[in-house]
Design a protein around this ligand. Structure first.
Ligand SMILES: [Zn+2]
Length: 264
């Protein structure tokens, strides 16, 4: 576990080439586990850390959204409350029944669904400050972020991602841009995406430029007669100078182009 702030730790694995992070937040009364990675075995080090560090605190699992690499380890926290946005349980069920992530088999332990849900915002407050779970649609309709007022730290889930985000909500562009502009208003010093390094708020601007830039460019290319599979729009065109895109993110970018093509 890597300590990011006095009360925040992170643990990162690699999932199909994507660095993927689970975080633990200790408030005076609650131990929050934010995302459970790709399975109980993969998240076991986090479960072990929480078991020893939580003390008298109540353990609460948070799923930032329904995608497999954020929820498939839920069974490692059997018996604890699992909190998510209202749309999340239905979307996990759809995923398990062969929906959008049908290539990934769930773990033999199963995937316990979130049992505590909310709409726009859920806040845990105590002497150490507040932890806000905030609905931030765009990457997926059920996406949330976790904002810690005391440490001025934002756990971004997949709402922000580095070096570029993955498109995952059909017709979600406007939601996403609205969300990113809203996130910029939060008094955060450190932003920790589920995929990518901890950094400052520049990741929010970078993602907004990428999302708006890709949709504009794909729309223009389509209007000019380009074919769906032949878009010549390299990722670097939508990123800050010097940002390196590896093979995994180059492939994610190509998927994003096709995703946008089907909407514009
Ligand atoms: Zn996701």
């Amino acid at each position: 576990m890597k300590q990011l702030a006095p009360d925040v730790w992170a643990y990162t694995i690699e999932a199909e080439g994507f660095p993927t992070t689970s975080a633990v937040v200790l408030t005076p009364r609650v131990a929050l586990v934010v995302d459970t990675l790709t399975g109980p075995a993969e998240v076991a080090p986090v479960a072990g850390f929480v078991a020893s560090a939580a003390g008298e605190r109540r353990v609460v699992v948070v799923n930032t959204h329904h995608h497999w690499d954020h929820v498939f380890g839920n069974a490692a926290f059997a018996g604890e409350d699992i909190v998510a946005q209202r749309g999340c349980p239905r979307l996990i069920q759809a995923e398990l029944q062969g929906g959008d992530e049908s290539l990934r088999l769930p773990p033999p332990e199963g995937v316990p669904l979130p049992n505590v849900t909310f709409g726009d915002r859920l806040t845990y407050s105590d002497a150490g400050g507040s932890v806000h779970l905030i609905h931030t649609p765009g990457h997926s309709e059920d996406s949330i972020v976790v904002f810690l007022t005391d440490s001025r730290l934002l756990l971004g889930g997949d709402t922000v991602e580095w070096p570029l985000p993955n498109f995952g909500q059909r017709d979600g562009r406007d939601d996403w841009v609205r969300t990113l502009r809203q996130l910029k208003q939060l008094p955060a010093d450190l932003v920790v995406p589920a995929h990518g390094p901890a950094m400052g708020k520049q990741i929010i601007d970078a993602n907004e430029l990428y999302v708006t830039g890709v949709y504009e460019a794909v729309s223009a290319a389509k209007a000019a007669g380009a074919a769906r599979g032949e878009l010549d729009l390299p990722a670097e065109r939508f990123l800050a100078a010097g940002v390196v895109v590896d093979d995994v993110y180059a492939a994610a970018h190509r998927d994003n182009l096709l995703w946008a093509w089907d909407e514009v």
